[in-house]
Design a protein around this ligand. Structure first.
Ligand code: CTP
Length: 402
């Protein structure tokens, strides 16, 4: 049963870049969880966004360099805040701040807090593509990341505020929120460094013709939480997802599998090198015998649905795994979930299977939370009470560690 927390005292350090406005989303989301959040702005951040905005969202005054020089605290402010923070997010991380931190320098409130704290730090850089790609900037980044206290959410590509199209756009606030939650859970430990994790998610579609298919309501939200949790713990993560899946962030390698056959082909390539397979996809069990290239007229439909079985992909992979590969299945059930779940674990030859009820509130397809039982090959079962999908994902990864 997961016992660790996804929240705690979060210090958000804001640098001077246009992406500063996006950080409001993170501060607001954290405060809405009734979790403590404090914002600290550099002088250049104050040119983009006001302390009042952040103070209002955080339900607490925001700190600036003016506070740094005020003798109104019983201990130096950078020490107080450095000790207070459970996790620090630096967003947007500017080239200046990166350079200072890489070389252990501090000349303002925020950089002094960083040096006075031992908390895990999440870096969310944002800058123009040419600036981001400068050798000097990349050198500073590599240098800083040698310290395992620092974690990186790389910038994504797209059209930037300077109208350049390329890498440099800050990660979305939701991504920052999830990563910060993971850092509270793991306390910054990267126990999956060097591991390759393959996650499948979403539902497959088995087409009868170009406009009709057999499908299911899986959205890939649990798979995304599993992939994020593994990535936040240092794993190299690949995601194979169905067509209706939640968008997969750019920092994860991902492939679209529309049908079970597509998924089988992709698994053939990506399963052999992986260390851990989390087979969360809702793969269809049957498909129409024919997939007609042209749209069928409705009069022909009632006679057009003879079905054929789809081979069990997971059972096949489990049979052909190499020693050391860990294979985990997922089963969404109605009614008695444990009996069929044990049967599936044994029949498919799995190391573990997470079974979740579809007929309980707060569990099942598309919602933000889940619950269920994790069954292990050694015959033990662990109950997971209702919790955010990210907490369930971390709980599963914790349990697999043994
Ligand atoms: N699975 C698979 N290939 C299939 C069907 C299912 O690899 N053709 C995998 C799923 O990805 C999941 C596990 O098997 O990890 C259990 O899926 P589930 O649908 O619960 O079980 P089934 O074996 O399909 O049994 P049933 O539908 O009868 O409950």
């Amino acid at each position: 049963m997961p016992t660790r927390a996804l929240t705690g005292p979060l210090l958000v350090g804001i640098g001077g870049g246009i992406a500063a406005y996006k950080v409001c989303g993170l501060v607001s989301a954290w405060a809405k969880k009734d979790a403590p959040v404090r914002a600290v702005l550099t002088a250049s951040a104050e040119r983009f966004i006001t302390p009042l905005t952040l103070a209002t969202l955080a339900r607490h005054p925001a700190y600036t360099d003016a506070d740094f020089w005020e003798p109104k605290w019983d201990r130096p402010l950078h020490i107080l805040l450095g000790e207070w923070a459970g996790v620090i997010v630096l967003a947007p991380l500017t080239a200046q701040m990166l350079g200072q931190l890489a070389h252990g320098l501090a000349d303002n409130l925020l950089t002094n807090i960083l040096l006075a704290s031992c908390a895990p730090v999440l870096l969310a850089p944002a800058m123009n593509t040419a600036m981001w790609e400068q050798k000097s900037v990349q050198r500073n980044l590599s240098l800083l990341l040698e310290d395992s206290r620092y974690h990186l959410l790389p910038p994504t590509s797209g059209r930037l505020a300077c109208d350049t199209v390329g890498a440099g756009r800050m990660a979305e606030p939701e991504e920052l929120e999830h990563y910060a939650q993971s850092l509270f859970w793991t306390q910054g430990q990267r126990d999956l460094v060097g591991k390759r994790v393959l996650v499948t998610g979403g539902g497959t579609r088995e087409h009868l013709d170009p406009v009709r298919f057999l499908g299911n309501p899986a959205t890939g939200r649990m798979a995304l939480a599993l992939a994020q949790a593994a990535f936040h713990r240092g794993a190299e993560v690949t995601v194979i997802h169905g067509p209706r899946s939640a968008p997969v962030p750019e920092y994860l390698t991902s492939y679209l599998a529309t049908s079970a056959q597509d998924m089988a082909r992709l698994l053939e390539v990506h399963f052999p090198p992986c260390d851990l397979l989390l087979m969360n996809a809702a793969v269809a069990d049957v498909r129409p015998q024919s997939n007609h290239p042209q749209k069928l007229p409705k009069a022909k439909l009632p006679a057009s649905l003879p079905l054929e079985p789809i081979p069990d992909l997971l059972a096949h992979l489990a049979r052909h795994r190499r020693p050391g590969q860990v294979v985990v299945g997922f089963a969404a059930q109605t009614g008695d979930i444990l009996t069929p779940a044990w049967e599936k674990l044994h029949a498919k030859g799995l190391d573990a299977l997470f079974a979740n009820p579809l007929d309980e509130p707060g569990s099942g397809f598309s919602g933000p939370t889940n619950q269920g039982w994790l069954l292990l090959r050694n015959g033990t079962a662990q109950e997971f009470p209702n919790a955010p999908k990210l907490a369930i994902a971390h709980g599963i990864l914790d349990a697999l560690k043994g």
